[in-house]
Design a protein around this ligand. Structure first.
Ligand SMILES: Cc1ncc(COP(=O)(O)O)c(C=O)c1O
Ligand SMILES: N[C@@H](CCOP(=O)(O)O)C(=O)O
Length: 468
């Protein structure tokens, strides 16, 4: 299994290479050269497997033998064994057509744990084998940061620096990151938006000298290993609802486009999918693109679903690569134009291909609160976090015409991460689980920096030097 860059100018890698590289040297994103296939017989064999075993099998199709399958299985069992639900990713039926796939039963209460608990172990495994050390730099709008920190804290061969937009996450999200005082962990509160944080991370990767000096690695979904580890839950859920004999639809509250891209990958591997429904808050570049081919950047605006306050959806580049028939030169051209002009008119044929499979939906804050109340009233008291509510509202708005097709909504975060929104909607304060009960009493440590690459690189260098 080899991986190629969406922009065609970086050397292909194997899985281990991609895990450590993060962003390709040409600024593109790595993609598997071909999609591994799961036949009907393969899928039948996966049905009923415990989640960790199914995950090891599916992820193993991407490792190309670079990680021994027995080691991968042990890492999956160890990672998902820490989740607080026996099913790891339980599905809750919300009505006769719509199911919430709860992806937030890991240690930091968001779907990011599904991939990052495994990635932490994969990094350790590969770095020990190679005798290497890495510096992870990551951008977060609130959830990737804490999941990555939790997965990498105190690991011997890893330093981790996470950039979050100052004052733009929920307080719980910020404290989950900034109260981890391990010497290999550092937090930057950047004066700017998530897009500025993500730009800074990409700029560090594109600074070849700095990248080499620091041995930079990525925990964001620009790293293919993140996507690979998010595919199994879509397969697991679809099998429970009758795939591959029965089609399903997926509704995914989206920001950086990694989670819905994992659903698309599950489809390319053999899961029949009627439609992908993309939920957005007022930062709705993806929904605008699908509605009218308007892929144009606007300033990021704060919303009740802060983790989706994103305009530049990194993983859209991977879909674009597919839509353009894997033409890397055309993909690079489009992405460069987007960077230069802030807009990207996608060729009509590619846009039509996207519209044949994807539909977008936008929900403002008032609509999000209304949807949280509707779920609570109509779905047996279900308390959804504001991101999940965007997904369920999107599902309700775009139910497939065929009544036999169920919709699986990615339920991406625990409501206790967003107590203000839940209180505003329902007048209830959802309690944090026991391991986070004293979160508000813990000491916080973070550094506020301006949106300035030199300052950020200086901070990362100092942090890495301290531990070498
Ligand atoms: C709770 C939550 N929901 C939805 C999203 C959007 O997911 P993606 O960035 O993969 O599109 C995020 C951020 O990634 C998130 O943290
Ligand atoms: N919503 C994310 C933003 C980063 O997304 P990623 O999937 O690329 O890591 C967050 O919560 O940080």
């Amino acid at each position: 299994m080899r991986y190629v860059s969406t922009r065609g100018q970086a050397a292909p890698r194997d899985f281990e290479g991609v895990l450590l590289a993060g962003l390709a040297e040409d600024g593109g994103l790595f993609m598997p050269e071909t999609w591994p296939q799961l036949s009907a017989a393969d899928l039948a064999a996966l049905r009923g497997m415990p989640y960790a075993d199914l995950a090891a099998h599916v992820i193993g199709l991407f490792t190309g033998g670079t990680i021994a399958q027995a080691d991968l299985l042990a890492m999956c069992r160890d990672a998902y064994g820490r989740f607080d639900h026996k099913a790891v990713v339980p599905m809750v039926q919300l009505d006769n057509r719509v199911f919430a796939l709860e992806l937030f039963h890991g240690p930091t209460l968001a779907f990011k744990d599904m991939a990052l608990q495994l990635l932490g172990r994969l990094f350790d495994h590969v770095l020990a084998k190679r005798g290497q050390r890495i510096t992870i730099v990551g951008a977060t709008s609130g959830d990737t940061g804490s999941a990555a920190i939790e997965a990498c804290r105190d690991r011997a061969a890893v330093d981790i620096v996470i950039l979050h937009p100052e004052n733009r996450t929920s307080e719980v999200q910020r404290r989950q990151m900034t109260t981890v005082l391990s010497p290999n962990v550092a937090n930057i509160a950047l004066k700017g938006s998530f897009d500025d944080c993500q730009d800074a991370v990409k700029a560090m990767f594109n600074d070849a000298a700095f990248r080499g000096e620091m041995s930079l690695a990525a925990v964001n979904s620009i790293n293919w290993a993140r996507i690979a580890a998010q595919i199994p839950y879509y397969i697991y859920a679809a099998l429970q609802l009758g795939a591959p004999e029965r089609k399903v639809a997926f509704s995914v509250p989206s920001g950086n486009f990694g989670n819905v891209l994992a659903a698309y990958a599950a489809h390319r591997m053999g899961i029949p999918v009627e439609r992908f429904i993309i939920g957005a808050n007022r930062n709705d570049i993806l929904a605008r693109f699908l509605a009218s081919n308007d892929m144009s950047m606007k300033p990021v605006e704060p919303s009740l679903s802060p983790s989706m306050d994103i305009q530049v959806s990194s993983n859209f580049e991977r879909l674009l690569f597919e839509l353009l028939g894997r033409d890397a030169a055309a993909t690079a051209d489009q992405m460069n134009r987007f960077r230069a002009e802030g807009r990207m008119p996608v060729p009509d044929a590619a846009w039509q291909k996207a519209r044949a499979q994807f539909v977008g939906f936008t929900l403002d804050d008032a609509g999000t609160l209304t949807e949280m109340r509707r779920l609570h009233a109509e779905a047996a008291g279900y308390i959804a976090d504001p991101h999940t509510a965007v997904g369920t509202a999107a599902a309700a708005a775009h139910l497939p015409a065929d009544p036999a097709v169920p919709v699986i909504v990615a339920s991406t975060a625990h409501p206790a991460k967003f107590p203000d929104a839940v209180r505003e909607a329902l007048g209830i304060t959802p309690p944090l689980p026991a391991h986070l009960a004293d979160l508000y009493e813990r000491e916080e440590r973070f550094t506020v920096l301006g949106n300035d690459l030199e300052q950020v690189e200086g901070f990362v260098r100092a942090q890495a030097r301290r531990n070498r």
